[in-house]
Ligand binder design. Structure first.
Ligand code: SF4
Ligand code: SF4
Length: 245
């Protein structure tokens, strides 16, 4: 979602720009786009999906994701592992559509839009823009209704997804600035556990004195054992302490 990873010839959309789109089972392209995609997952995407599927985070990550390391930052880039079939279908698609629809990841919610965030080197998120993805085979882009970007973001319940994504952008840039180099193997492992493998992180928290060592506030201390969002919050506190000087 960084500004410099977007194509140069796109038309930037503001919140009040309008576009036409509707996706439904009556279209001949239905389900065709849920395959052969690079679908990156934020920590919040992983949290929602593994809970929707009732899976331990370790099982979810090893069964449904793969990850690369971003060479510039050393941070993991986690993505959905497409099935090993000829069409490389998404593991969550069925003849009736997306089986994890209520918890589908950010990029699926945003579609047919994509969003870019520009940020200062110091790690301060500054501004965002949206653009329409180039998808000539998507018949939904010819369907009514016409909506504004703002209406689409609200309709797709993207608020929490985007807020947490922007906190991650901010965090990655702060770490990059502070370290002056990409994460090493040890730091990478800490990031994967504290942000993506939350059920393992929960066991780590329970078996160590981490809460005391971080002077964890009472409201967070009470919640981390049963609330994944609070655990993710603690993960950021822990990593900030470990990686940002
Ligand atoms: S190609 Fe477009 S309209 Fe067709 S299923 Fe995918 S998102 Fe919906
Ligand atoms: S998560 Fe759902 S919407 Fe996204 S690609 Fe997979 S099946 Fe399609």
């Amino acid at each position: 979602m960084f500004i410099d990873s977007t194509p140069s010839n796109i038309r930037r959309l503001s919140s009040f720009d309008r576009f036409r789109f509707s996706c439904h089972g009556g279209l001949s392209c239905f389900n065709s786009c849920c395959a052969n995609k690079h679908l990156p997952l934020t920590p919040y995407d992983v949290l929602r999906l593994k809970n929707a599927l009732g899976m331990h985070s370790d099982d979810f990550l090893s069964r449904h994701t793969l990850y690369n390391v971003d060479p510039g930052t050393g941070f993991p880039v986690v993505a959905i592992r497409m099935e090993d079939d000829p069409g490389r279908t998404c593991p969550f698609v069925s003849v009736r559509g997306c089986t994890v629809y209520a918890d589908r990841p950010t990029s699926c919610r945003l579609y047919p839009l994509a969003r870019a965030v520009s940020a200062r080197t110091g790690g301060e998120v500054r501004k965002e823009f949206y653009y329409l993805l180039d998808a000539p085979a998507c018949l939904g882009t010819r369907e009514d209704p016409v909506r504004t970007v703002h209406e689409w973001v609200a309709d797709q319940e993207l608020g929490m997804y985007l807020t947490l994504n922007d906190r991650m952008v901010d965090f990655v840039l702060r770490v990059k600035t502070s370290l002056g180099r990409p994460l090493d193997e040890r730091a990478l492992h800490k990031v994967v556990v504290a942000l993506y493998n939350l059920d393992v992180f929960r066991d780590f928290v329970a078996s160590t004195n981490l809460l005391d060592a971080l002077n964890t506030e009472e409201y967070l201390r009470r919640r981390v054992h049963h609330d994944d969002l609070s655990l993710l919050e603690l993960g950021l506190v822990y990593l900030r302490r470990a990686l940002v000087s």
